[in-house]
Design a protein around this ligand. Structure first.
Ligand code: GLN
Length: 472
């Protein structure tokens, strides 16, 4: 412990207070987290690399390795980008720097953010601080493990179909996937551009709101961004009076939801009612039946196009060949792991002449219906609630050989991603000693409402979210 800082318990908000009051310097705080990393990261492997010299006057932050950082290698968890050192900062990295945050390091991710466990990282999996024999979730397992293991006060992840929300749930963190278009993707390694979003992971809802305030808003470098309609508020209310919570019948009926997850979810709904909320069932029949297949056509289709740029000419290492074509083929064969190759093949197939309408075109139509179904639900409800993940953290290796089982991890997070809606995962209890997450989904730009609901529940639950084995 450097300067009396307990990185396992310190929230980002409290860390900011320490620095502002001059009780701890930015250097000391950065050093305290580096010490924690030195102690625990050999086991957790949350970081792919750390930055030893802090530049900035405030608290540290960890960035998922899909976010370009000037002068700091950025690999997206892939061999095909190893050695790639960006000459510019992604807008979100620049905004963190402008706020004085010091870059602590780059966190592990499934290759190109494709996965739900971090086992697809070309640099080896991360481990869950609650039980290192289990996955931290994915693809942002590195950031989630770093935050819950006390290796970073907060971090930024990317979420295409659940990669912020699901690892946050599995590691006992709060994670926000913001409304599509509220956070810039300029300088972020693209996976599926109509779905990718950047968002915060932290210990508390207020920390998540603080970081969202720093990174959100229009960016002239990303034409898909908009200005927020209202400033980000830090939640304070402890009640939920009048909040209408909808529980999608078709989601809770899914057999994939483990009993322990189900009971933690039911208990938090009962608590919400005690706090003054109205909880009722709602219907989203298409979203939970067709969301997953629809996503696994659209996301690979877009990925196959986005990943075409990795040819060994523009970025990263090159495998030599007799001709240009040989060199590109070998580079891609050597550089991409199994999952990106699988997605490129799926996506190329779904986009090919003769199949485009049947697969990609059909998926886009289903997506429109999913958008409408959510809009209808929000005529009667303020937020929708489901568990974030059907299961708690699973053992490393359990699903690694079964892509379909891995894809099913995002059954509950994907529908709202397809609809472009914000989703907040908040810890809502433990099952077998492992964290369970509650997913709250709102209409577009309803982040403040999600923060209020999440904060009131977090306060009422009062969970100790330091992994049991690390408590002293
Ligand atoms: N697990 C999902 C996938 O593999 C989502 C990943 C993500 O959100 N980046 O595509």
């Amino acid at each position: 412990m450097t300067a009396g800082v307990d990185t396992l318990r310190l929230t980002a908000e409290d860390a900011l207070g320490l620095v502002e009051r001059g009780e701890v310097s930015a250097e000391e705080l950065h050093g305290a987290y580096l010490d924690a990393i030195g102690e625990r990261d050999p086991e957790l492997h949350a970081f792919l690399r750390t930055v030893d010299e802090p530049e900035g006057s405030s608290i540290p932050i960890a960035l998922k390795d899909v976010i370009s950082t000037r002068g700091v290698e950025t690999t997206a968890g892939s061999k095909i980008l190893s050695g790639y050192v960006p000459v510019f900062d992604a807008t979100v990295a620049a905004r963190c720097k402008a706020a004085g945050l010091t870059l602590l390091g780059k966190t592990n991710t499934d290759e190109f953010a494709m996965g739900s466990s971090t086992e697809n990282s070309a640099f080896g999996p991360s481990r869950n601080p609650w039980d290192p024999s289990r996955v931290p979730g994915g693809s942002g397992g590195g950031t989630a493990a770093a935050v819950s293991g006390g290796l970073a006060p907060w971090g930024l992840g990317s979420d295409t179909g659940g990669s912020i929300k699901q690892p946050s749930a599995l590691c006992g963190n709060v994670g926000l996937r913001p409304t599509y278009g509220t956070v810039s993707r300029y300088g972020v390694v693209a996976f599926a551009s109509s779905l990718d979003q950047i968002g915060p992971v932290a210990k508390t809802v207020r920390d998540v709101a603080l970081l969202y305030r720093i990174v959100s808003g229009r960016d002239p470098c990303d034409s898909t961004t908009v200005e927020l309609p209202a400033p980000v508020e830090l939640p304070t209310a402890e009640r939920l009076d009048g909040l209408r919570i909808g529980v999608p019948r078709q989601a809770v009926a899914l057999e994939a939801i483990e009993p322990g997850v189900r009971s933690a979810f039911e208990a938090v709904l009962a608590l919400a009612e005690e706090l003054g909320a109205h909880v009722d069932e709602c219907d989203l029949p298409l979203s939970f039946e067709y969301g997953l297949p629809c996503y696994y056509l659209i996301a690979p289709a877009e990925a196959s196009s986005n990943l075409a740029r990795y040819d060994g000419v523009r970025y990263g290492p090159r495998s030599e060949g007799e001709t240009y074509r040989d060199a590109v083929e070998r580079t891609r064969d050597d550089g991409f792991g199994a999952e990106p190759k699988r997605r490129i093949m799926l996506g190329t197939y779904a986009l090919s002449a003769g199949y485009y309408d049947a697969y990609y075109g059909q998926a886009q139509k289903v997506r429109t219906l999913i958008v409408r179904e959510h809009a209808t639900a929000f005529e009667s409800f303020d937020v929708l609630a489901t568990p974030t993940s059907p299961t708690v953290a699973f053992p490393i290796g359990d699903k690694a050989a079964d892509p379909l089982a891995m894809y099913a991890c995002d059954l509950l997070t994907i529908p709202s991603c397809l609809a472009g809606l914000p989703g907040l995962s908040v810890p809502c209890g433990l099952s077998g000693g492992l964290p369970v997450g509650l997913q709250l989904v709102g209409p577009q730009f309803a982040e403040n409402a999600l923060f209020r609901a999440g904060h009131a529940l977090e306060r009422a639950l009062g969970l100790d979210l330091v992994p049991e084995r690390l408590r002293t």
